[in-house]
Design a protein around this ligand. Structure first.
Ligand code: F6R
Ligand code: MG
Ligand code: MG
Length: 373
């Protein structure tokens, strides 16, 4: 059977009112470009979204992961938006995530974030795509652990025989560019040992242990490791397959009910709560350039196509009054974290800071530091 691939490729190529949200013309351009690619047969279906200042392209096709044509389509889309819209309109941070000049076959390592999952479609295949702004790939560590390894979150791990064998976590060392596969529940403590350092280790894939069915894929780029210096947070995406032998949509979403602290937020240099929001109503960042937020888009996959609630328009999974509870909690945590100003752990450790005056302060004070006996 021919396999289906979902590719989610995203980038921040400029925004209106600071790092707030893209211009409508940018989104329209992306839709037009992907409509042409669909017409030509390269992709089977698509959806264009934004969360904060990031534009995401969700594409389905039969060409597999890391396909140069699909990656080129995304690269060209972001490049053309930058040249034709963001730069002429002097949008803020025009082209900020396009770190390289020329495309060389794969957008990984060039700035845009990529999550891709190739699989054989089941009889019915519900998926959720999460996208976050003002944070890093390690932000998924905690929810992914809850979803696929914590029975206090996912009841199915205990009571559904097809989940009972557990899941394999592929964890990437973002600095070394290496991956390791570990099995939950047997190796849970080792998994958590790595996931506890989200700036260095992030989950890249999850597989169902009993048959290696691909269950989730996350973007794992770190712009700073590519550029060799801080160039903005990576604002990650995550694809999760659900139901019928996988965690239910409700179990997947439940992992976001209590907003956990993630690195990013203002100047990419603070810990803040990840706030779950409706992608239609609130995919914007305001308070202290945040707080960091996450949207959840739900589809069925059918014969290589995204099936939403109306065409490819996805279900808006955090658009439910229940999530007001989480949003209020996130607002309270955000204000509380701000009372700590620039004192860690509200501020990130020096190596993770987007901009730092610390070396300058140290240089200035060097002669005034006196040795103590
Ligand atoms: C964080 C982010 C913003 C900016 C902040 C300062 O990833 O995009 O919080 O860091 O608005 O931006 P500049 O230095 O461009 O004025
Ligand atoms: Mg930006
Ligand atoms: Mg962003």
């Amino acid at each position: 059977m021919v396999k289906t691939t979902i590719s989610v490729i995203k980038a921040d190529v400029g925004s209106v009112a600071g790092h707030h949200r893209p211009h409508k013309k940018m989104l329209d351009y992306a839709k037009q470009k992907l409509a042409e690619a669909k017409e030509s047969g390269l992709i089977k279906s698509f959806y264009v979204y934004h969360v904060g200042d990031d534009i995401g392209l969700v594409m389905t096709h039969h060409k597999g992961e890391n396909n140069p044509e699909i990656h080129k389509l995304a690269w060209d889309t972001f490049k053309e938006i930058t040249d034709k819209i963001s730069k002429p309109l002097k949008l803020y941070g025009a082209g900020q995530d396009l770190l390289k000049e020329a495309f060389s076959g794969n957008v990984k390592g060039m700035g845009p974030g990529v999550a891709e999952l190739e699989f054989e479609e089941r009889k019915s295949d519900p998926i959720v795509v999460f996208a976050a702004d003002k944070t890093e790939p390690g932000a998924w560590n905690l929810p992914l652990y809850k979803i696929f390894a914590d029975p206090f979150n996912t009841a199915g791990l205990i009571i559904d025989p097809s989940l009972h064998d557990g899941f394999i976590f592929e964890v990437m060392d973002l600095k070394e560019g290496k991956v390791v596969r570990l099995k939950a529940p047997e190796e849970s403590y080792d998994i958590l040992g790595l996931l506890g350092t989200p700036g260095r280790y992030a989950v890249s894939k999850v597989f169902r242990a009993r048959d290696m069915l691909p269950a989730a894929a996350a973007s794992t780029s770190r712009l700073s490791f590519i550029a060799g210096k801080y160039v903005g947070k990576d604002d990650p995406v995550l694809i999760v397959r659900t139901q019928h032998g996988l965690p239910a949509v409700g179990e997947v979403l439940a992992a976001f009910a209590v907003p956990h602290l993630v690195a990013g937020w203002m100047r990419g240099s603070h810990n803040g709560p990840l706030m779950p929001v409706s992608f239609r109503k609130h995919p914007i960042v305001t308070y202290f350039d945040g707080p960091p937020r996450v949207i959840a888009m739900g589809w069925q996959i059918s014969n290589g196509e995204l099936i939403g609630v109306d065409g490819t328009e996805p279900a808006d999974l955090f658009d439910d009054p229940f999530w007001d509870y989480s949003r209020n909690l996130a607002s309270q945590i955000a204000v509380y974290m701000r009372t700590m100003g620039e004192i860690m752990p509200a501020r990130l450790e020096p190596a993770e800071l987007e901009y730092t005056t610390l070396p300058k302060i140290l240089a200035k004070l060097e002669s005034r530091f006196k040795k103590v006996d």
